[in-house]
Design a binder for this molecule. Structure first.
Ligand code: 4NP
Length: 169
């Protein structure tokens, strides 16, 4: 089986994308795919570089068994497009910023995370909303959406890996 690399991107890289990083990584490990699928996260803004994730994200995720403690904020760069096969934006603003950076030779997928739905529970949403200035319920909603979308993204990637294996890629 070939290998792929997945990058989750939000604005600060301290709330949504590190949550997605930890949740998706854990599901990948649980399915025995961690030697096939590499996971990382980054932000489009530089306010929190080198910092640990927001304590509210860390606590909300820890209640459901996800560990964010090893993650540190970094900026997304144009060289990420050379390494990652899937660059996953949390909202349309992140997606627009990434589309501006996107080199013409990038042949991977640059997509909104909620374009990979596992269930219909969040059908009213097209974006993972920024929880930074809101209350605890925003962080809980973000975690639920990320758990749901992670399953959808992983199914999509597994199907693509199988196709490329069958094609000898
Ligand atoms: P994130 O949330 O993009 O999900 O990490 C934010 C974190 C910090 C800021 C904005 C959004 N900020 O403006 O500092």
């Amino acid at each position: 089986m070939s290998t792929v690399a997945v990058l989750f991107v939000c604005l600060g890289n301290i709330c949504r994308s590190p949550t997605a990083h930890a949740v998706f990584r854990q599901i990948v490990i649980a399915q025995g795919l961690d030697s096939k699928i590499q996971v990382d996260s980054a932000g489009t803004g530089d306010w929190h570089l080198g910092r640990a994730p927001d304590a509210r994200s860390t606590a909300t995720a820890a209640e459901r068994g996800y560990d964010l403690s090893d993650l540190r904020a970094r900026l997304v760069t144009s060289s990420d497009f050379a390494h990652f096969d899937y660059i996953i934006a949390m909202d349309n603003s992140n997606l627009n910023d990434l589309q501006v950076m996107r080199p013409s030779e990038f042949s991977g997928e640059l997509e909104l995370f909620l374009n990979y739905p596992a269930k219909d529970r969040y059908s009213g949403y097209t974006e993972v909303p920024d929880p930074y200035l809101g209350g605890a319920e925003g962080f809980a909603l973000v975690l639920e959406m990320i758990e749901d979308a992670s399953l959808g993204l992983l199914e999509h990637i597994k199907a693509q890996l199988q196709q490329s294996d069958m094609a000898g890629g």
